[in-house]
Design a protein around this ligand. Structure first.
Ligand code: CAA
Length: 386
């Protein structure tokens, strides 16, 4: 949607107010109960947050990437578990359909995904295929007008509540790597599909990841997204967008932590003056601010380029690499500025410290982003474009 400036400002202010007034006060409770209250999820539905990236014609807000990143920044200003509720519908769970789905597929699933009546999830990772996603083993063998799926997917976000999964599976067992992989929409109630219990995690309590197991699960041929053998490229294109969104979330969390650091450093006194007057404290806050600003500039630039039709694989990886590492440093400094209080649960800083650690892992580790950036540069050089 070509959101005009005023409408965009209104949307962002509405999300900011929701985060400030509804989510922030519940952060400790969500962390302790490992649950985002259903009333909050309902409010997210009413605000249209599940449909940020779904075309208007299917009931979504159809935000451009720049606006989506600005919304993700606002959602980042609270415990990341809240963002995770809508995260898969906005990103990796819906975008294979948005980018590559047929009209029938879009009409069937996108309206429910946009409204939040359906929760969408993305099943790529496996016990033996994490960073090397192209080596996945889950099989989808054609049998008449169905594919029969067998295998296990691991650490699948929102699997416990998902209604539809985008599943990457090997349709050609004789072709190794990404070329033998296809993508499917698989509904939760498909016989032979089961979901394991949520894993106990280091952080982001309230957001859940589970195994998804396929045992002779029969999936109609019409549920295949794009052609046979095109599933790996589908997954990678989805991740290009997802990595920008995650980068914006990282930056929102960093901005929140800077606010916390400044407030605490102005209040707390040591050696007779507020912490903020100590130059070593100033250095930690200033470094955090400069890095956060750099991340924000990168992300908005990359988002605008994507909106203009540029391929942003390298830029998205650059943003993900920088923003996820950056928020790790900022969270570490926040603990340091808070001192002992940073290590005590009541202040919430240690929770953010644990929460942000996953950003350097999921949707591609830092090391995978480095590989993508270097390969893209090498390819550009080969084309004489560097
Ligand atoms: N867009 C479109 N196509 C792409 C692409 C992209 N961004 N990246 C690669 N491709 C294409 C390539 O062009 C190539 O096609 P051709 O053979 O026709 O040339 C094909 O895909 C294979 O590409 P590579 O040779 O580069 O593949 P590779 O096996 O060497 O791996 C990789 C590339 C970048 C390492 C990839 O495996 C990768 O990104 N790994 C990380 C996976 C990841 O991010 N996992 C996170 C899972 S999601 C998640 O976190 C779960 C959650 O719920 C939050």
């Amino acid at each position: 949607m070509a959101f005009d400036v005023e409408l965009r400002a209104q949307l962002i202010e509405t999300v900011a107010r929701f985060v400030r007034e509804k989510c922030v006060p519940l952060e400790a409770e969500v962390g302790e109960r490992d649950l985002v209250p259903p009333e909050i999820v309902d409010e997210m539905r009413e605000l249209g947050l599940f449909g940020l990236a779904v075309p208007e014609v299917y009931g979504g807000l159809e935000l451009d990437m720049e606006t989506e990143c600005l919304v993700a920044l606002e959602l980042g200003r609270t415990s990341p578990a809240f963002r995770s509720v809508v995260g898969t519908n906005v990103g990796i769970g819906s975008q294979a359909l948005v980018l590559f789905g047929t009209e029938e597929q879009k009409t069937r699933w996108l309206p429910g995904i946009a409204s939040g009546d359906l929760i969408a999830s993305f099943a790529l990772t496996e016990p033996e295929a994490g960073s090397d996603a192209g080596s996945l083993k889950t099989k989808a063998i054609r049998d008449g007008d169905h594919y029969v799926l067998n295998g296990t997917k691991r650490y699948i976000t929102n699997a416990n509540v998902a209604d539809v999964f985008t599943v990457m599976a090997r349709t050609d067992p004789d072709t190794p790597g990404g070329k033998g992989v296809s993508a499917f929409v698989v509904e939760r109630d498909t016989p032979g599909l089961s979901v394991g219990p949520p894993e106990k995690k280091m952080g982001q309590q309230g957001a859940h990841i589970c195994d998804v197991i396929f045992e002779d699960a029969r999936v109609p041929v019409e549920n295949r997204i794009a052609g046979e053998g095109e599933g790996f490229k589908v997954a990678m294109s989805v991740l290009d967008k997802g990595r920008l969104h995650i980068s914006a979330v990282c930056t929102g969390v960093a901005e929140r932590l800077i606010r916390e650091m400044v407030a605490y450093a102005r209040e707390r006194k040591q050696f007779g003056v507020p912490l903020i007057e100590h130059q070593l404290i100033q250095a930690m806050i200033a470094d955090s601010q400069a890095e956060t600003y750099a991340a924000k500039c990168m992300i908005l630039d990359a988002a605008r380029r994507r909106d203009a039709g540029e391929k942003v694989t390298m830029l998205a990886s650059s943003c993900k690499l920088f923003a996820s590492e950056m928020v790790g440093r900022v969270a570490d400094r926040a603990v340091q500025v808070f001192g002992g209080a940073g290590y005590v649960s009541d202040y919430g800083i240690e929770r953010f410290y644990r929460d942000v650690r996953i950003f350097r892992l999921y949707e591609g580790t830092t090391q995978i982003q480095q590989i993508v950036i270097a390969r893209e540069l090498s390819r550009a050089a080969e084309r004489g474009e560097l």
